[in-house]
Design a protein. Structure first.
Length: 291
């Protein structure tokens, strides 16, 4: 059997090597630049340029003869060498001073023209309407209040119109059923109003009026008839055997009797106004004229 000896360890100096220090670029192999001479085409080292002026050269330039024909030399009277002082150059930064702008010369823009022509601030505030004042006092919306008032006016007008035309419609309906050309009088004495329904029968209708302050009343009866004014006088007025008065009004012959009663014939209809109404003759004639 072969005798195997254990492996010897490697020394640490071999494994851990020292780190070299950082160095710059080495220029030992480069040559110094030279300037070629005009005479022998040999290279001469580049001399550093001095910032100081050559006083000898400047002195020679000042002693040189100047031609009188050159205008730029005429101002030179002193032959002293020019003293040149070296001083650090400092740039002075000057800020431009702000200039005042005359705005009256500049053209006006559209915005400025609109401002000059604005007159809304001179207008007077509109006065508040009554509806606005009421809405503020009641703390409700103005639009809702306006709509409510408009609806109330429409309903009130409709009710009033219906009440005024209800009597006319009732008279027309009764006249149609009775078969007589009856109508509602256009004049109504003050304090009187139509009371109760329109009464009708074959060939006649009756309208009853009563006072709103006392028990006075009267009735207007309209009957279909073929009589004329003379037949009415002979068959009805004289048959009453009471004093009467004859009045001609707008082609109608009206007979007044008993102080508050009247009768006449017009268009095939016999009209009678009767009752304890205390109406005057003028009121009776106005009723007859409106029928």
């Amino acid at each position: 059997l072969r005798n195997i000896s254990p492996k010897q360890p490697t020394p640490s100096t071999v494994v851990h090597q020292k780190v070299n220090k950082s160095t710059t670029l080495r220029r030992q192999g480069l040559q110094k630049p030279v300037i070629a001479s005009k005479d022998n085409n040999q290279s001469a080292p580049i001399a550093k340029r001095s910032l100081q002026p050559d006083f000898a050269r400047v002195s020679r330039a000042q002693q040189a003869a100047k031609s009188p024909h050159v205008a730029k030399f005429q101002a030179t009277t002193s032959s002293k060498p020019m003293e040149i002082k070296s001083a650090p150059i400092e740039e002075e930064i000057t800020k431009p001073e702000p200039q005042e702008i005359n705005r009256s010369v500049l053209p006006l823009s559209q915005f400025d023209m609109a401002l000059q022509g604005a007159q809304s601030h001179e207008q007077k505030l509109p006065k508040q309407s009554i509806i606005s004042k009421i809405s503020k006092s009641l703390r409700v919306n103005t639009r809702a209040l306006s709509m409510g008032l408009a609806l109330f006016v429409v309903l009130s007008t409709g009710i009033l119109f219906a009440r005024q035309n209800m009597s006319t419609l009732a008279v027309r309906l009764a006249a149609t059923r009775a078969g007589v050309e009856a109508k509602l009088p256009g004049y109504k004495p003050a304090g009187f109003s139509l009371s109760g329904p329109v009464e009708y029968s074959a060939g006649q209708i009756a309208l009853s009026y009563s006072s709103s302050t006392d028990d006075r009343n009267f009735t207007i009866t309209q009957k279909k008839s073929e009589w004329n004014s003379q037949a009415l006088l002979d068959n009805f007025v004289q048959a009453l055997d009471k004093p009467f008065q004859t009045v001609q009004d707008k082609g109608k012959t009206i007979y007044l009797f008993n102080g508050t009663n009247a009768t006449w014939v017009s268009g095939g209809v016999w009209y009678q106004v009767e009752g304890e109404s205390s109406l005057s003759s003028d009121q009776l004639l106005r009723i007859a004229s409106s029928l």
